[in-house]
Ligand binder design. Structure first.
Ligand code: 5AD
Ligand code: SF4
Length: 440
């Protein structure tokens, strides 16, 4: 049997798309391997959100040149966001003549045909040009990579054009799936035994705006919450300008919707938020946080933060530190701004890289202090944890997440994976909680 290996970079959207790629490859008769040496096809599912993601992928693709010489009949495919950038497809083909297939994230549905072409050696290199407005595919083949969590796309693309971001340029405009199709996939996943489902979209709060049938995100959540049974729903990402009170209310009133919201703020400075084209102010953001806390007191709120964006001065950065202290995020993903060719921010005056490095260290230190303090508040409490995995380096231990998104490690057996376990927290260490199963 022929084998495939997929190497994935980037976000959860990409991880899920790799499951779709795996679905196509398994349909074509390939079996999965984690070992490149025994692979007959290697797929790089790339990301271009920041320079380091791109460099990482480019380095690893380049490293396969010798492998390809040893395995001339094997196929190398480069897919995903990196290939959707302007002119990137041709650039990749020229830089890596040993790559067989280059295909954009919006063209995944053409992978099967591209592989057939490559196998039959009809053309030396298959390049499929990015499709700016691809149709939504239903009933895709998905070879899911992990249990008990499943991902479910509710929409694709983004209309926001934050000035730093490449995503709208590579993933195109917002395209929502029909509510009925989402509900059908959701029910199928429950039938297949997935107790936790994460709804995916670049900006889930604008779900349905492009459909003419009145559907919206709060309404979708409401219909999902009405499905009988014990399960958990998470979603990401939300945009602060679009997260409305209806969504907060439905989360507050539905036990199956996790008390956990990822709400990227990026910066705490109004001046910088405006230059980023985020279309909200720090005050508006804090109002949403207050509204969430009023309705869902224990809600775990996480965020994305960026430092070193053009024009950022010390006082702007201090506004970001101030937001971190005020909100008390349970965790934050922190990034140094990375110039993306073709985006408006690339033309703006750039911040000294050393200054940006210094700021990210200070930001991480501040957030770590907050995370530690938030973790401490869990000590002594009993949380319902969805057991997700064993801890490989610690025999006899298992781990999972609380409703609020906290990682919890406790003594347990592999048979518990996929079940909900009450765990009393005994101690905390930075973002992690450690506990013991509560006996009934
Ligand atoms: N540089 C650094 N971080 C970025 N992000 C998006 N674009 C860039 C960029 N050019 C971050 C944002 C976003 C997260 C997914 O990635 O914080 O929320
Ligand atoms: Fe990028 Fe902004 Fe869209 Fe998020 S909302 S994908 S940061 S443009």
């Amino acid at each position: 049997m022929q084998k495939y290996r997929i190497i994935t970079y980037g976000c959860q959207m990409n991880l899920h798309e790799s499951e779709k790629i795996a679905g196509i490859l398994e349909y074509l008769g390939y079996a999965q391997t984690e070992n490149t040496e025994e692979a007959d096809i290697v797929v790089f599912n790339t990301c271009c959100i920041r320079d380091n993601a791109e460099k990482h992928a480019l380095g690893n693709i380049g490293a396969l040149k010798k492998w390809k010489m040893r395995h001339p009949s094997a196929i190398i495919a480069v897919v995903g966001c990196m290939t959707q950038q302007d002119g990137a497809g041709n650039g990749l083909r020229e830089k890596f003549p040993f790559v067989d297939i280059v295909l954009g994230t919006n063209n995944l549905y053409r992978l099967e045909d591209a592989i057939r072409q490559a196998r039959e050696n009809r053309v030396k290199q298959v390049l499929i040009d990015p499709d700016p407005n691809p149709p939504i595919r239903e009933h895709e083949r998905v070879a899911r990579s992990k249990r008990p969590n499943a991902w479910l796309n509710i929409m694709y693309g983004c209309n926001n054009f934050c000035t730093y971001c490449i995503v709208p340029h590579v993933r195109g405009r917002e395209r929502s799936r029909k509510t009925a199709d989402i509900l059908q996939e959701f029910r199928t996943l429950l039938d297949q035994g997935y107790p936790e489902i994460t709804l995916l979209g670049q900006n889930v709060n604008s779900y349905g705006h492009d459909l003419d049938d009145g559907s919206n995100f709060a309404h979708l959540l409401e219909q999902i919450a009405r499905i009988p049974g014990k399960f958990r729903v998470r979603f990401m990402s939300s945009h602060p300008k679009d997260l409305n009170r209806d969504v907060i209310d439905i989360i507050a009133s539905s036990p199956n919707l996790c008390n956990s919201i990822h709400l990227p703020i990026q910066s705490g400075s109004n001046r910088i938020l405006e230059k980023m084209n985020r279309r909200y102010t720090r005050e508006a953001y804090l109002d949403i946080i207050d509204a969430i806390r009023a309705k869902i007191p224990d809600c775990g709120i996480t965020t994305d933060l960026m430092v070193g964006f053009p024009y950022e001065e010390e006082r702007d950065f201090e506004d970001t530190l101030d937001i971190v202290r005020r909100v008390g995020f349970s965790a934050a993903f922190t990034f140094i701004y990375s110039v993306r060719r073709g985006t408006p921010a690339a033309q703006m005056p750039q911040v000294d890289p050393q200054v940006a490095k210094d700021r990210i260290m200070r930001l991480i230190a501040e957030q770590n202090r907050m995370t530690k303090a938030a973790s401490k508040t869990y000590e002594g409490k009993t949380l319902e944890v969805l057991c997700e995995d064993i801890v490989p380096k610690r025999p006899g231990m298992v781990c999972g997440r609380s409703d609020t998104g906290r990682l919890v490690t406790f003594e347990g057996i592999p048979e518990w994976i996929g079940t909900f376990v009450p765990v009393t927290i005994q101690r905390s260490q930075s973002a992690s909680l450690f506990g013991i199963r509560k006996e009934n």
